[in-house]
Structures are given as C-alpha cells and as structure tokens.
Design a protein around this ligand. Structure first.
Ligand SMILES: C[S@@+](CC[C@H](N)C(=O)[O-])C[C@H]1O[C@@H](n2cnc3c(N)ncnc32)[C@H](O)[C@@H]1O
Length: 175
C-alpha cells in the first residue's frame, strides 16, 4: 500500500496503523527523531534506520539511540546514490518506507526519492508526507486503471533500474 498524507498528526496515526512489531522501517527525513521514537516503539522486535542530512539531527538522534537500541541513524543526503548504496549494505529490503522530506508544497524531490528508494527496497507499505503530492493525486481524474498493491510501483517491474540510479547520481545536491 502507498499512503500519502500531509498533517503531522495524520502522518503519525498512519505510522501507528501500518507498522507491525517486527518490521524493518526505513525513515527518510527523521529531523530530530520525534517520529523515529514512535516508530521505534511500534517495532520492538524489528528496527528503524533513520536518515537526515540536517546538522540538527546527529546529537538528538544519538541521545534517542542511547534509549532505543533498535534505532540506527545515518546523517546523509537521501538524494545521493552513495547513500542508497550504504543502506543496501545493511538491508536488502524493508517492510515500511516512510518519507518526510518537508519542502512544503513542491513534490518533485519527494516523488523521485520515493520512486528510486522504493523500487530498490520493495517495501510492503510506503507512507509519504507531502502536501503537493496529496493535492496532485486528489485533484487528478483518471480514465485508465494502472495500480500497484505494494509499497512501490511494482506494475512497472524492474525495468530501467540502471538509468534511474544514474539519474539519482547526477541529481543536484540542492533542493
Ligand atoms: C518536515 S522534517 C521531518 C520531520 C519528521 N519526519 C518528524 O516527523 O518529526 C523534513 C526533514 O527532511 C530532511 N531532508 C530534506 N531533504 C533531505 C535529503 N535530501 N536528505 C536527507 N534529509 C533531508 C530535512 O533536513 C528535515 O529534517
């Protein structure tokens, strides 16, 4: 399932609904770990790998990791191919992918990060917090049905993964 939300309370309610006790959760955009703490408690037999490029994150995540042994934090930019490679050395797949990169209304970075990370890690469920994507989907009408049941767009299969990774590598480091 892919779920798109905007309100932070709806985001955290959705985490609560989606995450199971032994899930491996990948959280892209953890900031200072306020949702990471919730995720950690929801998956006591699993783990959460949390990423954020902010300089505000390391100290707060370190203190969170001292109290929650199932959290691992990486202070990295999720647009970079090397970051995806680093995560792939730790996990080959994940159960839940949770993406909250902020950026207000603009959905393009969030969608590209979703597409590349979810195609690679093939999560059961993906939760995306982004206002622009929510507006786009709810304001669109459709004459055809193309749907995927997992947390990634599996209807497009594995076609084209090398070009997608190349694109990620060339992507601007600025939002
Ligand atoms: C709205 S905050 C996340 C809030 C957090 N999910 C929560 O529930 O408290 C967005 C975060 O995304 C991070 N972010 C934005 N672009 C990023 C990128 N390319 N790589 C890693 N982190 C990024 C920002 O540093 C910021 O901390």
């Amino acid at each position: 399932m892919i779920k798109i939300v905007y309100d932070i309370n709806v985001y955290r309610e959705a985490l609560n609904e989606i995450i199971k006790a032994d899930d491996v959760v990948l959280e892209l955009g953890c900031h200072v770990g306020n949702s990471t703490r919730i995720i950690s408690q929801l998956t006591p037999k699993g783990k959460v790998i949390a990423l954020d490029k902010s300089p505000e994150s390391p100290e707060r995540l370190k203190s969170l990791m001292d109290d929650h042994e199932n959290i691992e934090f990486l202070n990295k930019d999720v647009r970079l191919h090397t970051t995806l490679e680093d995560v792939l050395k730790k996990i080959k797949s994940c159960d839940v992918l949770s993406i909250d990169l902020g950026g207000g209304y603009h959905p393009d970075t969030t969608f590209k990060v979703f597409f590349i990370w979810s195609s690679t890690l093939k999560p059961r469920d993906t939760l995306i917090r982004n206002r622009g994507l929510l507006d786009f989907v709810q304001s669109s009408s459709f004459d055809e049905v193309i749907k995927s049941g997992e947390g990634w767009l599996e209807s497009s299969g594995n076609d084209g993964i090398p070009p997608r990774l190349k694109e990620l590598k060339l992507w601007s480091t600025r939002l």
